[in-house]
Structure formats: structure tokens, C-alpha cells
Design a protein around this ligand. Structure first.
Ligand code: TYM
Length: 325
């Protein structure tokens, strides 16, 4: 039996190359070796206010992005979270064994709710429990994510261990899969911050659907560090970030990248990086509209059916072990 993968992304904002290089790229690379479930997590999206009409559209757009990135519906299960109600049901059970203190320590809640904890939504606070439910329902072995999700994965493991201890062996303990390069792509405008869908400044991110002109301008305007060498150097986070993007987009080794730009300046490097990004995204953007609405709906319907079968089995066991059934 193949081992199982689960991962997902939120249908909010626009996906950027950080999402691709940190997560989607690995989803695609791992789908042959594993039985993969890739979810569009629309229930997570409403932890912050969303425009209802846009949310539905973005949910379907994100499915197209998964497909364009190379997730193959013949190999992997692609589905919308709300089509499988077990996600919300297991969240309730898990929230009853989650401690307030554990959720208070989640840095994402602290970041997103920090302006006003009094007014922050309860959903934003309990969000990591829903994420744990997503993963545990599928008896997941491996979860490919970027660095920012590591703490949520640790909570997921703790909850699974606690449930197994208190109610008997039920959940598999999942492992995170965080890539060595690309796990935290930084903003082009501020390399101390991660590239983020919710960044107010669009110049910090290269979006997967940006056109050639926008990509070139954003890379030209990207901040750089002092010094002129084009090398990987932790004390120069801006160039290290740009070079990491170049490395991952071109598939070259670190050494080849450094050698390639030896003796060249920022102007030359940025022009080549922009070209690499444009060339990389062009075929991706052509594939985004490959599926008509009817075929997309069929893929999502089949995905939800496959996911439901697994999720219902796990939830049934959870209900039996806890005395609900
Ligand atoms: P989301 O939608 O914010 O991001 C989707 C994926 O992209 C990764 N990522 C990055 N990787 C590298 N550099 C960056 N700058 C960067 N920004 C984002 C994220 O780590 C993520 O892997 N909570 C999740 C969605 C989720 C999920 C799950 C993931 C819900 N349930 C279960 C895995 C398993 C989130 O908000 O991702």
C-alpha cells in the first residue's frame, strides 16, 4: 500500500511563487510515490472576512491552479473541504481535547489577531484544530507544507497522540515535509517577512498569474543588500532569497547558480531572474484554463467522493471510541 499525503491551500488572495515553491511544487513531485489528497480549504478561508461571491469563484480558481501546477486528477484526489462535512465534525471532537494554552501559543494567531484579540474571531483562534482534523481524517503519513505551517503540524501530532492515548489507537501520527530550499520565500520588498497572500503591498510578491511586465517590474524593484556578489549568504537575506527563487525555478544546483553569476552585477542577475520567472510561469498560465467548467466540476465531485469514503471511516471510529455512537 502506498503511503498517504494530505495538503491544502486557502482560496484567499492570489497564489504566489512562495506557495508554489514551498508547497505545490512538492505536491506534484510526490504524487507518483504517494496516495495524495489535495484540498481547497474554503472553511479555513472564512476565519477572516471574505466576500461570499468572490470566495466561491476563488475556490474554483484554486482548483484550476492545482491542476495547472501539475497535480494530476488521475493520480491525486483534488477536492473542496466543505464537500466533505467530516472535516467540520472531527474539528468539534478535537477541539474538546485541545487546550486553550496550546492555541494561544500559535504564532499565526498572534500575527493575524494581534491588532485586537478581543475582536478577533473564534474561528481564527481554533483554525489549527480544523487543520489537524483535515490531516488526521485521512490517516496521513506526510504533509508537504512551507515553514509557516510547522507549528500547526506539531499541534496536529500532539492532538493525535493525546486522542490515541485517551481513547485507543485511532490516528496515524503525520510527519511534516518541509523542503530544504524554498520553505520560506521572502517578500521582494522586505526579506525579513515571508511572501504573503495578505501583504498589502503587491510588489512584495510574484503572483502565479502575473504577466511578464508585472514580473519584470517587481523583480527590478526588489530590494537588495549591501555588497555586490550574487551568492547565497545568510547575512544578505535579500540576494539569498532572489537566488533561491532563481535556483528553484531553473532547477540548477546552488553551485551552478553562483558560478553562473560570478563577476556579474545585480542588473544582469535581475534581468535573468525575471526571464526565468516569465518563462516558468508562461506554460503554467496557459494551462490554467485548460479545463472547462463541466470537467472541473466532475474532477471535484469525484475527488469529494473519494475523500468522503476515507473521512467517513475515520470519523466513524472516532465517534465509536468516544461513545458518541
Ligand atoms: P496557505 O494557503 O497560507 O499556503 C499554502 C501553502 O503555501 C505555503 N507557503 C509558503 N511557502 C514558502 N514560502 C512562502 N512565503 C509561503 N507562503 C505560504 C504554506 O506553508 C502552505 O503549505 N493552513 C494552511 C492550509 C491548510 C493545510 C491543511 C495545509 C489547511 N489545512 C492541512 C496542510 C494540511 C494555509 O493557510 O496555507
Amino acid at each position: 500500500m502506498k503511503k498517504r499525503i494530505f495538503s491544502g491551500a486557502q482560496p484567499t488572495g492570489s497564489l504566489h511563487i512562495g506557495n508554489y515553491l514551498g508547497a505545490l511544487k512538492n505536491w506534484v513531485a510526490l504524487q507518483d510515490e504517494y496516495e495524495a489528497f489535495y484540498c481547497i480549504v474554503n472553511l479555513h478561508a472564512i476565519t477572516l472576512p471574505q466576500d461570499p461571491k468572490t470566495l466561491r469563484q476563488k475556490t474554483l480558481d484554486l482548483a484550476r491552479i492545482y491542476l495547472a501546477a501539475g497535480v494530476d486528477p488521475e493520480k491525486s484526489t483534488i477536492f473542496i473541504q466543505s464537500d466533505v462535512p467530516e472535516h467540520a465534525e472531527l474539528t468539534w471532537v478535537l477541539s474538546c481535547i485541545t487546550r486553550m494554552g496550546e492555541l494561544e501559543r500559535m504564532t499565526q494567531f498572534k500575527d493575524k489577531g494581534k491588532e485586537n484579540t478581543e475582536r478577533a474571531g473564534v474561528g481564527l483562534f481554533t483554525y489549527p484544530v480544523l487543520m489537524a482534523a483535515d490531516i488526521l481524517l485521512y490517516q496521513t503519513d506526510l504533509v508537504p507544507v512551507g515553514q509557516d505551517q510547522k507549528q500547526h503540524l506539531e499541534l496536529t501530532r500532539d492532538l493525535a497522540e493525546r486522542f490515541n492515548r485517551d481513547f485507543g489507537e485511532t490516528f496515524k501520527i503525520p510527519e511534516p515535509y518541509i523542503p530544504k530550499a524554498g520553505a520560506s520565500i521572502k517578500s521582494l520588498q522586505d526579506p525579513s517577512k515571508k511572501m504573503s497572500k495578505s501583504d498589502d503591498n503587491p510588489n512584495g510578491s510574484i503572483f502565479l498569474l502575473d504577466d511578464a511586465d508585472a514580473i519584470t517590474k517587481k523583480i527590478k524593484r526588489a530590494v537588495t543588500d549591501s555588497g555586490t556578489d550574487i551568492t547565497f549568504d545568510e547575512s544578505r537575506p535579500a540576494i539569498t532569497n532572489l537566488l533561491t527563487i532563481y535556483q528553484l525555478l531553473t532547477g540548477k544546483s546552488r553551485e551552478d547558480c553562483v558560478e553562473h553569476f560570478a563577476g556579474k552585477g545585480y542588473g544582469h542577475f535581475k534581468a535573468e531572474l525575471a526571464e526565468a520567472a516569465v518563462e516558468f510561469l508562461r506554460p503554467f498560465q496557459e494551462r490554467v484554463n485548460e479545463y472547462d467548467d463541466a470537467s472541473l466540476n466532475t474532477i471535484l465531485k469525484n475527488g469529494a467522493e473519494k475523500a468522503s469514503a476515507v473521512a467517513a471511516f475515520t470519523l466513524d471510529q472516532v465517534y465509536k471510541r468516544t461513545g458518541i455512537k
